[in-house]
Design a protein around this ligand. Structure first.
Ligand SMILES: [Fe+2]
Length: 292
């Protein structure tokens, strides 16, 4: 067994810090199984004191499953097709407004038939202050819903598109090549079961959910707003203040996350990013494909 120390960071088992483990060194099978169980239990793992190259980052991600390539081909980092980068270079919308990636709560790539299981980031450069990533645990948020709301949500399915016409923010448009690979809309249940722990969670993404099947849009959007307001209360949150050397991986199903563009944009914020492939039960895959 590799030695390490795990410390719980947030409320109700949301987030755990891992110290004493060097992700560049071989990790044995028993430790790997423990880390995967910890990701299931705590949803966010913060590995401290790492200094990873793109290849190290790829290997660290593979501890948690197979990786998947990024949609945006031009986001590949250091020649490694499994690693992309996030940089605070200004990108502007058609109306001239700056677009900051990930600045409202979302889950990554929910508009895919099989969305990623997890996302991981490792900073290469950080601003002096600000730029935290906020996470909310949508399992705890589900548990706290009233019984009548749980019953109302039972069986409801949402249609996820690349960018919902009701999205609270504009998202960066794909380049011409990546545009062809944007998947058609998909359908996912609003309440899903975690494939490993069995816990129920709200599967919300206000950026991509455009409708709920069988419900008028105004009613659907009002329900989504109500659920998002509930799920993003600070009692469900772990707010990560980045420190050089952090490698943070989160379960992309049972947490939502957001970035904060609240720092001096003249300072570089640069991170490597990887995505771990997800899986869905066969009935959910069938539903997701039905929307095509
Ligand atoms: Fe994201």
């Amino acid at each position: 067994m590799n030695n390490y120390t795990l410390t719980v960071l947030g409320n109700r088992d949301t987030g755990a810090e891992i110290t004493g483990l060097d992700l560049r060194q071989p990790i044995d099978e028993a430790t790997r199984a423990q880390l995967n169980a910890a990701l299931g239990q705590y949803a966010i793992l913060v590995f401290r004191d790492q200094k990873l190259t793109a290849d190290n980052m790829q290997k660290a991600g593979e501890l948690f499953g197979d990786l998947r390539r990024h949609q945006r081909r031009n986001a590949q980092f250091a020649g490694n097709p499994w690693v992309s980068e996030i940089k605070n270079e200004p990108v502007f919308s058609a109306s001239g407004k700056p677009i900051y990636q990930g600045e409202s709560f979302h889950t990554d790539h929910s508009n895919e038939t099989v969305p990623p299981k997890a996302t991981a980031l490792h900073p290469l450069a950080l601003p002096d202050s600000g730029g935290d990533t906020q996470f909310v645990n949508v399992q705890n948020a589900y548990d706290d819903l009233s019984e009548s709301m749980k019953q109302r949500l039972e069986g409801l399915k949402a249609r996820h598109v690349f960018e919902s016409k009701y999205s609270p923010r504009e998202i960066r448009k794909p380049d011409a090549q990546s545009q062809k690979e944007v998947p058609p809309p998909v359908i996912h249940p609003l309440v899903r079961n975690h494939p490993e722990t069995g816990r129920k969670f709200l599967y919300l993404n206000p950026v991509r959910i455009e409708s709920i099947i069988g419900m008028p849009d105004n009613e659907a959007q009002s329900l989504i707003r109500e659920l998002v307001a509930h799920a993003t209360q600070s009692k469900y949150e772990y707010r990560h203040k980045w420190v050089s050397g952090d490698m943070v991986i989160w379960d992309n199903r049972c947490v939502m996350h957001k970035a904060n563009p609240d720092y001096d944009m003249r300072q570089l914020r640069h991170l490597m990013r990887i995505l771990i492939k997800g899986s869905l039960p066969p009935n959910e895959i069938a539903d997701a494909i039905t929307a095509h």
